[in-house]
Design a protein around this ligand. Sequence first.
Ligand code: HEM
Length: 558
Amino acid sequence: MSLETVTERMAAGDGGVSWILSVTVAAVLALAAATLFHLWMQTRRYVQLGNLIPGPVAYPLIGNANMLLGKTHNQIMEKAMELSYVYGTVARGWLGYHLVVFLTEPADVEIILNSYVHLEKSSEYRFFKPWLGDGLLISSGDKWKSHRKLIAPAFHQNVLKTFIDVFNDNSLAVVRRMSKEVGHVFDCHDYMSEVTVDILLETAMGSTRTGENKAGFEYAMAVMRMCDILHKRQLKIHLRLDPLFNLTGVKKEQERLLHIIHSLTRKVVREKKQLYARQLAEGRLPSPSLTEVIGKQEKPVEGGGVAHISQGSLLRDDLDDNDENDIGEKRRLAFLDLMIETAHNGANISDEEIKEEVDTIMFEGHDTTAAGSSFVLCLLGIHQHVQERVYAELRQIFGDSPRPATFGDTLEMKYLERVIFETLRMFPPVPMIARKLNEDVQLASKGYTVPAGTTVVIGTYKIHRRADLYPHPDTFNPDNFLPERTQHRHYYSYIPFSAGPRSCVGRKYAMLKLKVLLSTVLRHYRVVSHLTEKDFKLQADIILKRTDGFQIQLEPRA
Ligand code: HEM
């Protein structure tokens, strides 16, 4: 039909208009039908691929959501474990029409974690957003990539060495504080949490919470309480839903705490920036520059400033550089200073983004290490012969001297290192990791294809308890990490710090801090516990903890 005819018909009045209307409606309907057909085909493929993976019978509309009804987060985790016993190392569940796939086979886990494509976090991580904004833990795409590149050098081994004094001073302070607990059973997590926040305040922001600095004290308390709120939101179904959460007092408390946290981080970023500019103008810098500390001859390794903690090189890799030229050990550098310097040198990062990264480090570095160190103390309290071996190693390093630990000493703490690794195997502080797939993934296991849009849950806790990977997996045995044992295990069968490009950027920091803290505590006290690890009541939400408390007793060492 020519344009003329159409114009003629339009000019003809009502009949023409209704004809045009009919054509438009028909076109819209055809388009809608085509879109629906496309969606249906896609959904059909999604559902078909999902249903090829073994899992429980799913019901229309709800899928397997009935299995979650009325369950606590803990029971859900237990259910997921159960499913993997019944259905094997690849198991699926349907939340309505949303596919969730559980992986516990290292070769499959490697495909996800070692990829630069599947880096997006699942929607579960949204609770962190009001606190951490678009910080490293939850950001994605180019932002994550560029910030990771920027932050990784701040965790370089030579930077970490500058923290030794902070680690030592705070460890000794907590040993003194714990002296009032001698002789009775107490929860060591409170102490581990407090000392961890103190250390983070100094190493992340260059602040302390002692002395006149009331803001630092309030900040530390707010960080601890915010972590509790995040736990609550994972556990309580009504707090998970934003509209309901917004009506609660917990939301008000969250706002109050975030006001304290963000005000201080913003203020510290602003002041540090001004100080940096002033000192630069005066021709002096507040601290040695990042390049000076890292050293020109050493190139930071992509993804964390250190090679990945791998099975073959697990022990060597953790603190591999036995360089006694401890540059800057007396000159403390906070991550914040390093980020300000990097921004000054032209990196594309705003003040607000720097604030988000500092907040992220405060969160990620807190609960994980507090839980990790508490589990170590509980396990050593139970396994006295292991504790005696650790103590013998420490006596060999320090003799009778009360001197603080040096970086070189931490390299000698080989057995303590194995104890920490074994603890993180049995009780990984981050018990599972979740990713959202943006592309289909072909798994190594039985050739399953997991379709784009699926949430993949990597069951770290379950992988670490596989009897084919760790003989007697429920027995605490630090020798699981003897080099001759680790070299025969799959690289992805030990992932407490995750692995691949999105692995924990703070893993070397964590290991160094744990060694200094635990060695200081163990040089002063014998830890005692009358329980066994079978008595532990575990709570698995964001961070694995004991709901019965981390109960131990202390006896002073002569
Ligand atoms: C025992 C102690 C620690 C454990 C077990 C641990 C574990 C983990 C795990 C499993 C992840 C990946 C999370 C995911 O993909 O969902 C992660 C990420 C991260 N961790 Fe740690 N962590 C520890 C200590 C620390 C410390 C001390 C810091 C900082 C001072 C830190 C900073 C981070 C950051 C910033 C990320 C996000 C990395 C990214 O997405 O690129 N962690 N950690």
